[in-house]
Ligand binder design. Structure first.
Ligand code: PAF
Length: 293
């Protein structure tokens, strides 16, 4: 297998991307903040099936962290990331520095209206402005034909799709199912911050969502009843704090009283140092759960 190429500068990334496109190669992008895990490996494998070259971006984006959040302590291990990209058959890692992405005088940020107002957008002001800005910069640097994102970040996928549609970006957005541990916990780089006790407690996140899903599938349409049932599942204890547990419209993330055809059950709960998110989409009309494992 060829060694993985590392590109650090945007001008070099443009040159390499242009060359790949001139050679008729389809480029796939897996945007990440590094500290890669099985969820990212799964994204690499999926995009590798539909493109000729897999580019993985590794950039911990300061613009999407609020004051007091975990930007400084976010786990980083570039050598380990490179090894995983290599073992998954990835071709190139785009790893710009902060100064490369946001040089002195940088002043341009992207705001996505409405979609970013709810859920994580409400509890992490400015988060989606940072995500929208960096994803757009990564797309313009790497020039992929396809970019892939995980369903675990449901609101992020909605924001990215909106940007691509509104700015007429010539890229296909693929959404991949959430990859889970054997006990259902969604894989996340932030899982590593948890103490063993919080790690055990964290399984309630997915079981609460499953309970909500079962209720909706049994015909419950009152959002409040579904939300109450999910909340009851999450036992609060030392260091366990609910940010939100809710049932919203899956298209625009608006809170609804009566659940419609497409429902997003979503939760963000803090277990000690780790704020974990997870979700399930339930298509009520067809009574089929869209979440694929
Ligand atoms: O999902 C993530 O890891 C990040 O939000 C992303 C898309 C790489 C942007 O920094």
């Amino acid at each position: 297998m060829e060694p993985v190429r590392v590109v650090r500068h945007v001008r070099d990334m443009h040159r390499v991307a242009d060359r790949m496109r001139m050679d008729g190669l389809r480029i796939g992008l897996v945007p990440t903040m590094g500290y890669l895990h099985e969820g990212h490996a799964s994204l690499m494998r999926q995009i590798g099936r539909v493109t000729d070259r897999t580019v993985v971006s590794v950039f911990v984006n300061p613009a999407q962290f609020g004051p007091g959040e975990d930007f400084e302590t976010y786990p980083r291990d570039f050598e380990r990331d490179l090894a995983m990209v290599h073992s998954e058959g990835g071709d190139l890692v785009y790893a710009p520095s902060t100064a490369e992405m946001y040089p002195d005088g940088y002043a341009t940020y992207l705001e996505v209206e409405r979609l970013a107002d709810h859920l994580c957008g409400a509890s992490r002001p400015g988060h989606f402005r940072g995500v929208a800005t960096v994803v757009t910069k990564l797309l313009t640097a790497v020039k992929p034909h396809v970019a892939i994102f995980g369903q675990k970040d449901a609101q992020q996928t909605g924001v990215v799709r909106r940007i691509v549609a509104d700015l007429n970006l010539d890229v296909e957005v693929m959404i991949a199912p959430t990859v889970r541990e054997a006990d259902g916990l969604a894989k996340s780089s932030r899982n590593r911050y948890m103490t063993p006790r919080h790690r055990r407690c964290a399984t309630v996140l997915y079981s609460a969502l499953q309970e909500g899903r079962d209720l909706v599938q049994e015909g419950e349409r009152r959002a409040s009843a579904v939300i109450d049932a999910m909340r009851r599942r999450v036992t609060l204890g030392p260091g366990v704090e609910v940010d939100y547990i809710t049932a919203v419209d899956a298209e625009d993330f608006r809170p609804v009283e009566a659940l419609g055809d497409s429902v997003l059950l979503a939760a963000a709960v803090r277990f000690g140092e780790s704020r974990l998110i997870d979700n399930i989409v339930v298509e009520t009309e067809r009574r089929a759960v869209k979440e694929i494992r």
